[in-house]
Ligand binder design. Structure first.
Ligand code: SF4
Length: 127
């Protein structure tokens, strides 16, 4: 039996600063709020768990997902893999801002299976 393909979008609403033109659900929050958000996000991932779909794409957007500790992103992907059927060739994407990337974070993203980064740049001029 062929399973229906599906995709998962995960919203990370945290940014290091709020751009004046931005209408996305995003903002600057403290570490405690971030921790509580990710705890609830993991609850939600588990609550909606299903093995009825073949997940071909996971997209982690925001906000600026690269602005948070990479361990949070690792927990999200790990829990998706445990609670859903993720295709072995799934595209796992994450939005990133170059200012919040580091070698350590990039290595971690690779280790946890992220195979595509969507890089957002607000300006190429330092001001
Ligand atoms: S970094 Fe992106 S998501 Fe965050 S406030 Fe600016 S435009 Fe919005």
């Amino acid at each position: 039996m062929t399973m229906t393909n599906a995709m998962i979008y995960v919203h990370i609403p945290f940014c290091d600063s709020k751009c004046f033109y931005c209408n996305f659900a995003s903002g600057i929050y403290d570490d405690n709020t971030k921790k509580k958000y990710f705890d609830k996000l993991i609850d939600e991932i588990k609550f909606n768990a299903t093995k009825g779909f073949n997940i071909t794409s996971i997209y982690i957007g925001g906000g600026t997902p690269s602005s948070v500790d990479a361990d949070y992103i690792s927990r999200v992907i790990q829990n998706i893999k445990e609670n859903y059927i993720v295709d072995k060739n799934a595209e796992i994407s994450m939005e990133a801002n170059p200012c919040s990337l580091s070698n350590e974070k990039l290595l971690k993203y690779k280790q946890i299976g992220i195979n595509r980064l969507s890089i957002g740049v607000q300006s190429l001029n330092d001001i």
